[in-house]
Design a protein around this ligand. Structure first.
Ligand SMILES: [Zn+2]
Length: 564
């Protein structure tokens, strides 16, 4: 069935609620495990159907934000989302407080119960007004970013419209483009400061109302960090500082040499080659064709997957009038269909959609047998392993996309992974400092950022930009405002994806089997247990980073980057 035939119907909340409560009451009084599991299955069916409708509405709204029908449906879901969520909470409570909880746990798995407990631990009716306030501040931030009107080269542009100029081959254009961009942040600095200050204070207040020492504790619960602590994360950051930062610094030094510069300035950091960064050599249809060919050749599993995606129209990739920005991958439960949304723009980012987002989609396609919605996707740090590893599994086909730029692509992809990890842990440590000391002033927070930046990105040269020198860089990092403590996830996942990269170069078949096994079980286990299942070493183990770093260094050393 094609995506356009997937049927949307707004659910009836009152009826759903009545059915839901009726089933919950039956669970509460049931003394028979088989019966309890059947009732749970019925509730999950309802929940999946609600999720299907909410998702279909969201997808169709983002494909055409001017469609009046789905505009109205969006308002409905914005409004009713929390009400439906409340029903989930009732279900969680019924299971957690049930006298036969342990029996149920044996059948449904430990992970589900941990997730449900976290959901209850991070919520109480008392904090609803605070949560609403938090959402309001986040919306203000999103709006403020979107309001950017940057006059550059005689035209008004938004932040993403500046990207081509920020990567220009002409150094003075790059510099002027960055200055124009940061002028927007400088002009709005006090507003950004106020929003973030409010967010920190609201979150601290919520944490304390719920009985936590600070927001760090609650932040870990919200992010479902089930089997690792802030101490383990701190130890991981220490390893990054000792092992990866020196390698990243040497990569930036090589980059400066390659670009014939004495020293990289902040506006040179993303500019890799004087001849320009790697780009795909064809239009959208050509890219999709190449992607189809690639997944057909890769394995039986990916072949089946890509045919399903293409035959059912489950990818919307081209930019169109009225289409929302950005990209995402989601899952339509009742049709057991992943969906990929993107806006192709002619950069190597288009290929990332077919490797990274398709990696997410492939995972949910493999784990579509899971009927418990909480367990279909893994928690964030684990989910990014599926996508980031697929980026490496597709390497053998990159020549089809990049032709003469293929070596550039490999060098940037692998080198970029190493350069990214220190930045990722910097974002994480900054957030720990901020929420440990919620009463810092905005200026003190910037000083913390700049101090940490000197540890994790010692090469950064902001001497020509007072806004950045004063510690303002992080204001553009949306995760810091929107989803606190979301970021270390990418670095943990990257370290795991690099293990797959290493393994596939020794024995591709073995690596692929581990990867498929990981995708097959979705989110039925916690992060560290998923790693065991896929024969991966935990990034928290002391030798893990060292283990992947040596082959990466060797690989990069053997590419003559000066010729690219
Ligand atoms: Zn991702």
């Amino acid at each position: 069935m094609k995506f356009s035939d997937y049927k949307y119907k707004r659910p009836d909340y009152e009826k759903t609620k009545a059915d839901f409560i009726h089933l919950i009451e039956q669970i509460e009084t049931s003394k028979d495990l088989i019966e309890q599991l059947e009732l749970i299955q019925k509730i999950n069916k309802i929940r999946n159907s609600i999720d299907t409708m909410s998702n279909l509405s969201h997808i169709r709204h983002t494909i055409n934000t001017e469609d009046p029908f789905y505009n109205e449906e969006k308002d409905y879901w914005d409004n009713m989302g929390p009400m439906y969520h409340e029903l989930d909470t009732l279900f969680y409570k019924a299971l957690i407080l049930h006298p036969d909880k342990d029996n149920m746990k044996n059948h449904l798995g430990e992970q589900l119960f941990k997730l449900m407990e976290n959901s209850l631990k991070s919520f109480s009716a008392e904090i609803i007004p605070d949560l609403q306030e938090e959402n309001k501040e986040i919306s203000k931030y999103v709006k403020l970013l979107a309001s950017a009107k940057i006059i550059f080269e005689g035209k008004e542009r938004n932040l993403s419209g500046m990207t081509p100029f920020l990567l220009s081959k002409d150094r003075s254009t790059r510099k002027r483009a960055q200055e124009a961009k940061y002028l927007f942040f400088l002009q709005n600095e006090s507003e950004f400061d106020e929003i973030f200050n409010n967010l920190v204070l609201i979150r601290d207040r919520i944490a304390k109302k719920l009985g936590y020492k600070d927001f760090i504790e609650l932040g870990y619960i919200r992010m479902n960090r089930i089997d690792y602590s802030s101490e383990m994360v701190a130890n991981f950051r220490k390893q990054v500082q000792e092992e990866i930062v020196p390698v990243a610094t040497s990569l930036y030094k090589k980059q400066a040499k390659r670009l014939n510069l004495d020293n990289l300035s902040y506006y040179d950091e993303k500019f890799e080659f004087n001849s320009g960064n790697a780009t795909p050599k064809g239009d959208t249809d050509w890219i999709i064709d190449q992607g189809k060919k690639m997944y057909h050749e890769m394995s039986l599993e990916t072949s089946e997957f890509i045919d399903f995606m293409i035959n059912n129209d489950l990818m919307d990739l081209t930019t169109k009038k009225g289409k929302a920005g950005g990209g995402y991958c989601t899952f339509i439960a009742d049709y057991k269909s992943p969906f990929i949304f993107s806006n192709f723009n002619g950069t190597s980012g288009d290929i990332d959609v077919l490797t990274h987002e398709a990696g997410h989609a492939f995972q949910v396609y493999r784990s579509k047998w899971i009927e418990i919605p909480e367990l279909l996707w893994a928690t964030y740090e684990s989910s990014e392993i599926h996508s980031m590893s697929m980026e490496f599994f597709t390497w053998d086909w990159m020549e089809n996309f990049f032709r003469e730029d293929t070596q550039k692509y490999f060098y940037t992809h692998l080198g970029g992974a190493i350069k990214f990890i220190p930045y990722g842990v910097l974002v994480d440590e900054f957030q720990h400092e901020v929420y440990k000391n919620p009463n810092l002033t905005p200026q003190e927070r910037k000083e913390v950022w700049r101090k940490l930046e000197k540890i994790y990105k010692p090469h950064s040269d902001y001497s020509e930009n007072p806004f950045l020198e004063n510690g303002g860089w992080w204001i553009q990092q949306a995760h810091i405002f929107e989803v606190p403590f979301y970021y270390i996830d990418y670095t943990l996942a990257q370290v795991c994806a690099l293990q797959f990269w290493k393994k596939m170069r020794i024995n591709r078949n073995e690596a692929w089997i581990d990867y498929i096994n990981l995708c097959n079980i979705g989110g039925t286990k916690s992060f560290l247990n998923l790693l065991k299942h896929a024969n991966l070493i935990s990034p928290f183990e002391n030798n893990c980073i060292k283990n992947i770093l040596d082959p990466v260094k060797n690989y990069l050393k053997n590419i003559d980057d000066s010729s690219l």
